[in-house]
Ligand binder design. Structure first.
Ligand SMILES: [Mg+2]
Length: 421
């Protein structure tokens, strides 16, 4: 097996830079949902000492002093850029596993060993040219080694964005320099246990006898050890596993205390869930709705959920929203400060195979035409151009996103404008 892990450098920051080149060379951070903490940092921001997950309120002074540019998460933009990167990667490999929004494993089956360096540099240059996103490439005989190689390509100088650990000699030179906590799948707890055995580097972990590995780190840990030695235990998983459920859940930007607001939120979540169903050509037979208060502060606690089975599986946003609001009514209690709610669809079936229902067949055809029209409009004009009125317009429960950049690639009204003089 030969596998490459392609990982975008500081992905969210890189997405912002594609559309605003003035950010190049400047410290930039992107905040998590609700502008909570830093989840992406440019190299310049890292150099200022801004750590991963730093709460925004703790770094405010630092941000002001060094004029760090701050962005709220813009998932519409990042998701679309991710899709573009993967489309480009598909030209370079017969098999791709999209592992996360900014990481993909590529099979190198059929690629001659001698062409790997050229292939890697060509891939980096092409992705950069076509999408604007800089990526690093890690290559190895196993996924774990490819992942480790990628980290080296990024962190260690001299690699020019590509690190290839296919050859044993190369691994013997690199693995002793990698702390064991940096190995894929070894968490802080695992690293602490290993430290007690005197295992501090990836090389020492690779040398650990199999039975000791299993005892210390369970079967999963033993697999990591095998993979570090170059024996593949993890396959590429090019086809995403069949979806078992679709969930749209959100924390609120500020506590929801009125049912009118909860009804709006639940309606908006139901509409989005219906959209996701239709994106995958699925219909759902079961719906559940939950809501709860903050578990981490002194607010009086309340949590509840309810569900319903549809007589005929559906992907009509109106039907899902109506049922979701009915459930919300039954589980809502006055007097609480709700922090989060969600809508979960399950019992998913192929929408084309929904058993036709004699009495509602014509309604179904009309429903499909309406939903198709709404989806087409929203695809062209930007998400939520058309939605249900019940989802509300003001949406005070929405998460804070005070610093969000435009959705350059997915919303017509927010396309970047180029001017020539
Ligand atoms: Mg990355």
């Amino acid at each position: 097996m030969r596998v490459a892990l392609v990982d975008a450098n500081n992905f969210y920051v890189s997405c912002e830079r594609v559309f605003d080149p003035r950010l190049e060379g400047k410290p930039v951070i992107v905040l998590s949902n609700n502008d909570g903490c830093a989840v992406a940092r440019s190299d310049e921001a890292k150099a200022l000492g801004i750590w991963m997950g730093a709460p925004f309120f703790q770094i405010r002074d630092l941000v002001r002093r060094h004029r760090v540019r701050v962005f709220s998460s813009n998932y519409a933009l990042y998701g679309d850029m991710s899709r573009r990167v993967n489309e480009t990667l598909a030209r370079f490999s017969p098999e791709i596993e999209v592992y996360s929004i900014d990481e993909s494993f590529l099979s190198l089956a059929g690629l001659a060993d001698s062409t790997r360096p050229e292939w890697s540099q060509d891939l980096r240059a092409t992705v950069r040219r076509w999408t604007g996103i800089p990526v690093s490439v890690g290559i190895g005989p196993t996924k774990t080694l490819a992942k480790l190689a990628n980290a080296c390509a990024k962190k260690m100088p001299g690699f020019q964005g590509v690190c290839d650990l296919t050859d044993r000699a190369e691994r013997e030179a690199i693995l002793p320099r990698v702390p064991v906590a940096k190995v894929w799948g070894i968490g802080p707890a695992g690293a602490a246990k290993l430290a007690r055995l005197g295992v501090r580097t990836a090389a020492e972990l690779a040398a650990l006898p199999a039975d000791v590995a299993r005892k210390t780190l369970t079967v999963a840990g033993a697999r990591i050890v095998e993979e570090l030695r170059g024996t593949p235990c993890l396959d590429l998983e090019p086809i995403p596993p069949a979806r078992k459920g679709i969930a749209v859940t959100r924390s609120f930007g500020k506590p929801v205390t009125r049912f009118s607001e909860m009804r709006e939120a639940v309606t908006a979540f139901a509409v989005r869930a219906g959209e996701k169903l239709r994106e995958h050509n699925l219909a759902a037979g079961h719906l559940s709705v939950f809501m709860h208060t903050n578990r981490f502060n002194d607010d009086p606690r309340y949590a509840n959920a309810g569900s319903v089975a549809f007589a005929v599986a559906t992907n009509d946003s109106r039907e899902i929203a109506r049922a979701a609001v009915r459930i919300a009514q039954t589980i809502w209690r006055d007097g609480f400060r709700y922090a989060k709610a969600g809508v979960v669809l399950s019992d998913l079936v192929n929408a084309g195979k929904v058993a036709p229902d004699l009495f509602t067949a014509s309604d179904r055809a009309r429903s499909k035409r309406l939903m198709d029209a709404i989806d087409a409009l929203n695809r062209r004009m930007g998400r939520e151009t058309v939605t249900l009125a019940g989802a509300g317009l003001k949406r005070p429960w929405r998460l804070r996103a005070a610093h969000r950049s435009p959705r350059y690639t997915t919303a017509f009204a927010e396309l970047p404008v180029a001017r020539a003089r």
